[in-house]
Design a protein around this ligand. Structure first.
Ligand code: PHE
Length: 504
């Protein structure tokens, strides 16, 4: 047989409301616990119905909570049919010529025979005669049964010691009982008056509004959740980084050149043409179109070639046959330093102090794992000024990272083909309790700057870091694939909090 469809929550509540209202109509106060009409209704459902009536001031009610003693299955059996010992006594009385001990279990059941026999002896109700049990007392008083009957009726027992003993014997358990004491409210009525939520033009024009009851405004209501857009965590952290840069007087570079020539991505930065970073395993090359146009500034092109081939501006050069085809291969940019170079090259037309930054995607042909993707976002900054020193770079880095909430920095000598000296920057990850690499930096080499036409005494710092690492730390993401790509949970994007980098 198909089960009956469950009544919907709404109709169930409506029925309950009607039951409550009509019951209240005949009694000023309803002690619901003892009103049989409500005995089978779960307290939560009843409370729902009462709350909806309360909000309309149709009822007022109090919730009463008390502990009641309830008989267990065994307790109920004893209350109805007597204790084990009483059952044994009765069986012995009923036996015509004494009760054979071996027969007892058959008559009263194994459990009663086992427990009841000993007790009946102890009470002096029966005696033993050979293999038989005989009646000893003329009449007995079944105290346990009487006690349990009191509890069945009153749900408690006047003597707490006895109650505790019955609990210990597992004849009684204590239950919580919720009941409601209900009174008529100021606006009591037998039926819920429909409350209008909208005042329509027709009601106003026809005067019908005078007859209607309007629902009061609920100013505490939270309002419906709007299906709005959400910023990706990377965008939130990016926003904070941009603010730091702007605060420190930086101008944002345009980073729309995702495809660069090898010249701007590598050669201008003196990454030798045989360098492993330029291998297919590390760099994505473009096949169509595969070849870039020659840069307009042929003087710069020639200067770069000369530094590679034979050295210039005090540099010894790499001294290998530099190939124009290699420089004209198109690549997905492997770092935003390609953009920084282009900006510095532009600066050479009108040299002077400048601060530039960018935050955008770069691409590396990496094996994808929990912490690496084939693309990530690079945060990069360059500062050009006269008389810059390495100490100044260190000082600047401290201030920059302090604005991100990283107070302690360590610097480790490193190598970049385009900077000298170069330093890796380490910050203490408070959560992990260890030092993690957070950036790479250095002072651009003179041959890099002079080949563009920048004056000898104009020095330039540069540094770069990934946007992903601080974002993962900030949002406690351990697998980068939860942050970027097709496995990202949209709920994570929609619900995560805004970020404020600690500006101490
Ligand atoms: N290009 C470097 C990187 O990808 C960052 C950097 C930029 C280092 C400028 C020094 C100067 O890690």
């Amino acid at each position: 047989m198909a089960p009956e469809p469950a009544p919907s929550a709404a109709t169930a509540t409506a029925d309950l409301v009607t039951t409550v209202l009509s019951a209240l109509d005949s009694a000023a106060t309803l002690p619901l616990a003892s009103t049989s009409a409500f005995a089978t209704i779960p307290p939560a459902a009843l409370k729902g119905a009462l709350d909806s009536l309360l909000s309309r001031e149709m009822v007022v009610y109090e919730t009463l909570e008390r502990e009641v003693a309830v008989l267990t299955g065994e307790g109920a059996d004893i209350a109805a049919r007597g204790s084990h010992e009483a059952k044994v006594y009765e069986a012995v009385c009923n036996a015509v010529d004494g009760m054979k001990i071996s027969e007892l279990a058959k008559v009263v059941g194994a459990a009663s025979a086992k427990v009841g026999q000993g007790k009946a002896f102890k009470e002096g109700w029966i005696k033993k005669d050979g293999d038989k049990l005989l009646k000893k007392a003329d009449s007995i008083k079944d105290v346990t049964r009487e006690q349990l009957n009191v509890i069945a009726e009153t749900q408690t027992y006047p003597d707490v010691k006895i109650l505790a003993d019955l609990k210990k014997r597992k004849l009684v358990v204590m239950n919580k009982r919720i009941s409601f004491l209900i009174n008529k409210g100021a606006k009591f009525a037998l039926q819920i008056v429909r409350e209008e939520t909208d005042l329509t033009a027709e009601m106003v024009a026809g005067g019908a509004w005078k007859e209607k009851t309007f629902k009061a405004y609920n100013f505490a209501a939270l309002g419906a959740k709007q299906n709005s857009g959400a910023l990706h965590p990377l965008n939130k952290v990016r926003h904070e980084f941009r603010n730091i840069f702007f605060e420190m007087g930086f101008t944002e570079m345009s980073t729309d050149r995702f495809v660069e020539s090898g010249f701007w991505n590598f050669d201008t930065l003196f990454v030798p043409q045989q360098h492993p970073a330029r291998d297919l395993q590390d760099t994505f090359y473009i096949s169509d179109p595969a070849v870039a146009d020659l840069p307009e500034d042929t003087e710069y092109w020639n200067n770069v070639r000369e530094v590679h081939e034979q050295g210039k501006y005090g540099s010894a050069g790499y001294r290998y046959p530099w190939r124009a085809e290699e420089a004209l291969r198109l690549v997905l940019r492997t770092h935003t330093t390609a953009t920084s170079v282009a900006m510095l090259h532009k600066l050479a037309q009108n040299p002077g102090p400048a601060r530039y930054f960018s935050i955008d995607r770069v691409f590396r042909n990496e094996t994808v794992d929990a912490t690496h993707l084939a693309e990530f976002h690079q945060v990069e900054g360059v500062i050009a000024d006269y008389g810059l020193t390495l100490g100044g770079l260190i000082g600047f880095m401290k201030e920059f990272f302090r604005k991100m909430g990283i107070d302690d920095l360590r610097f480790k000598p490193a190598y970049n083909p385009y900077t000298e000296p170069s330093m890796e920057i380490f910050g203490e990850h408070k959560g992990l309790g260890k030092w993690v690499e957070i950036g790479n930096s250095g002072m651009f080499r003179p041959e890099m700057l002079e080949s563009m036409g920048l004056p000898k005494d104009l020095r330039v710092y540069g540094w770069g870091l990934s946007l992903e690492r601080p974002t993962m730390i900030r949002y406690k993401v351990s697998n980068i694939r939860e942050l970027l790509g097709h496995k990202v949970d949209l709920g994570f994007i929609e619900n995560n909090a805004a970020v404020r980098l600690d500006k101490s």
